[in-house]
Ligand binder design. Structure first.
Ligand code: GDP
Length: 323
């Protein structure tokens, strides 16, 4: 039976990955950070199947202990300060967690179980002010936020440990990936939640930022399979994972609101609070390498994804409306 250690297991991607690995018969170990009010919402249904280990990404000793206890064949480093907008007001925290902690995790693996395979959650935000379109593995990075800058560090330190210590370390450059488990501050979930709540009379307006931004949005459940596939190859490599399709925030609004029979223009208010100091105008991925080498394929398209998210938010809003 294979053993996997996942950081960020209570997040969107961690929960889908844990489900997927449990389905494959893995022993799954999840790192959890102590908080006074823990949030297990995404993993409630599998909470008893995960072996929980307390630790913190910024505390190397706790990571060494986590690797020792879990004795993993595979390590998935998904934990981060993952919200771009929060990285301007908290650039140093973002640097500690999203950048330097990758080295903590790599060091823990190198010292205790160097033969374990390592996955680093890299991000299309590294492409930022894009220098070519579509973006692929060889496209130079031009990050546009403290988050993007931190992810570039995480990416290169992973490559460096592969080249320096011959570790099986891979970096997955994932474009935006969403689901009903996406945090409410991200634009997709913010919009699908608002469409549902406005439909049920629980909310009247939706405050938004730049509606012209273009993103390549896929389904998180499809993307975690690519993470696993990367660690099953003969050689470690970095891969772009994307849909190869892009849509504006405006189209997202259109699809979500029309699904509940509303016109978003009646509810959306443009609010400077949600406009970013530096914007990533466009992201579009070319995942040819992943398709050819990993045999990875996409199952859920954009419209289907947004409908799935609105459906799920309608169910939650119905419960709230009855209270
Ligand atoms: P990101 O690509 O990782 O930054 O993912 P987000 O879901 O946070 O944002 C995607 C895009 O939506 C960015 O270009 C944002 O500027 C844009 N956007 C427009 N209005 C909003 C908003 O109200 N909230 C968020 N999170 N993003 C918004």
């Amino acid at each position: 039976m294979k053993r996997a250690l996942i950081t960020g297991v209570t997040g969107q991607d961690g929960s889908y990955l844990a489900e997927f690995l449990l389905g494959k018969g893995y022993e799954v170990f999840g790192l959890r950070r102590r908080t006074s009010t823990p949030n297990y919402e995404n993993v409630q249904h599998i909470k008893d199947k995960i072996h929980w280990i307390s630790g913190d990404l910024t505390d190397l000793a706790s990571l060494i202990e986590a690797v020792r206890i879990s004795d993993p064949d595979e390590v998935y480093n998904l934990a981060a300060q993952s919200f771009v907008a929060a990285s301007w007001p908290q650039p140093i925290t973002t640097g500690h967690i999203t950048a330097l902690s990758v080295t903590n995790m790599l060091e823990a693996v190198r010292l205790i179980k160097p033969e374990a395979r390592f996955y680093q959650a890299s991000s299309s935000e590294m492409f930022g002010k894009v220098v070519e379109t579509p973006q692929k593995e060889t496209t130079p990075f031009y990050p546009r936020s403290p988050y993007g800058v931190a992810k570039v560090y995480g990416h290169w330190i992973t490559v460096n440990y592969r080249e320096s210590f011959n570790m099986f370390a891979c970096s997955g450059i994932l474009f935006n990936h969403e689901s009903p488990r996406r945090g409410l501050e991200f634009v997709t979930r913010k919009v699908t939640d608002a469409a549902a709540r406005i439909k049920l009379g629980l909310q009247s307006k939706l405050h938004m930022g730049n509606l012209d931004a273009l993103r390549d949005w896929g389904f998180a459940g499809d993307y975690v399979k690519a993470m696993w596939l990367m660690l099953q190859q003969d050689e470690p490599q970095d891969y772009v994972i994307s849909t190869g399709e892009m849509h504006t925030v405006r189209e997202l609004l259109e699809i979500a609101f029309s699904y509940v029979g509303l016109d978003y223009k009646d509810y959306v208010v443009i609010d400077p609070e949600f406009v970013r100091p530096a914007e990533v105008d466009l992201l579009l991925g070319d995942c040819t390498r992943a398709k050819e080498e990993l045999g990875w394929k996409l199952e859920v398209g954009f419209k289907q994804l947004i409908h799935m998210m609105v459906e799920s938010d309608l169910k939650k809003a119905e419960v709230e409306a009855k209270l």
